[in-house]
Design a protein around this ligand. Structure first.
Ligand SMILES: [Zn+2]
Length: 288
């Protein structure tokens, strides 16, 4: 994947970025091109740069000039943030054809980027007492940073694709949410309910998640996908179903860690309990 050719900002500190308010944002896309905010094709052009990076996108509702969600529901609590199409996040794709069609139908749709499988976003919300200073890494590496109007920031990172990383609110403390598997973020230059646009603060391609953060998250939130495969292989070999004790023995892992893994696999619909204490693979064609 091409890295942008533009040199990195000379400052090695992220402070220049985080102190920038929305009026200081650089209106550029991820390839460094200046954005024309009046361009009727603004959203589709930006969505295209994301799929070029391998990020899966899908259209979200937007905000009208009157500050309302385009769903026009008086009770909408997800203004400009919820999926525009019935498939929602499940429809997120890197297929150019779909992206062109979607934004041809709804040129002003906000852009959702599905996170997970190698892309994660730390969302920091001051109104919930989150702050960049509270992140357990110092200095914060220069990485993709989005200012969400006056509402906070999104820090983009990459991580090994073989790790299953759950999305968790307050994952790294109050007001610091983790968006990874099964989640999405609203991407620049989408419109925030405040009327401001999400914007890249001098876009820098996302860097690897610092090992320190990975270490903090992994025991709590992350399981190697290979653990899933190992459990499923074990069930195949022995003829399912299996008890947690049998699985723990096969994994050379202690009982409580095995139970946690099994619960996660149940949640992720890889296995289910045929009866109490007996687990078996969930077949794709089996709705039970
Ligand atoms: Zn709405």
């Amino acid at each position: 994947m091409p890295q942008r050719s533009e040199p990195l900002p000379s400052s090695s500190s992220i402070d220049d970025n985080v102190n920038a308010d929305a009026s200081d944002l650089t209106w550029r896309d991820t390839t460094g091109n200046n954005l024309d905010l009046d361009d009727p094709d603004l959203m589709v052009k930006c969505a295209t740069t994301y799929i070029d990076r391998g990020w899966r996108v899908f259209p979200l509702h937007s905000i009208t000039s009157a500050g309302k969600c385009t769903c026009h529901s008086p009770t909408c609590h997800q203004k400009g943030k919820h999926p525009l199409r019935p498939a929602g996040m499940q429809g997120a794709t890197t297929r150019l054809r779909d992206v062109l069609d979607w934004w041809e139908d709804d040129p002003d749709a906000n852009i959702g980027i599905a996170t997970g499988t190698g892309l994660l976003v730390l969302a920091i919300y001051p109104e919930r007492h989150g702050s960049l200073d509270a992140l357990p890494i110092n200095p914060i590496p220069l990485t993709g940073l989005v200012t969400i109007g006056s509402a906070g920031w999104h820090l983009y990172f990459t991580y090994p694709r073989n790790i299953l990383m759950s999305s968790v609110q307050d994952a790294l403390g109050p007001g610091i949410d983790l968006h990874a598997d099964g989640s999405y973020v609203v991407a620049p230059p989408s419109i925030h309910p405040s009327g401001q646009r999400f914007g890249w603060n001098s876009y820098i391609a996302p860097r690897s998640l610092p090992p320190k953060i990975l270490t903090i998250l992994e025991p709590k939130q992350g399981w190697m996908r290979r653990d899933y495969r190992t459990v499923l292989n074990l069930m195949q070999q022995h003829g399912y179903p299996l008890t947690p004790t049998e699985i723990a023995h096969g994994l050379h892992r202690d009982y409580s860690a095995t139970l946690k893994l099994l619960r996660r696999m149940v949640n992720d619909q890889h296995i289910y309990q045929v009866k109490r204490g007996l687990y078996t693979p969930r077949q794709p064609d089996n709705n039970q």
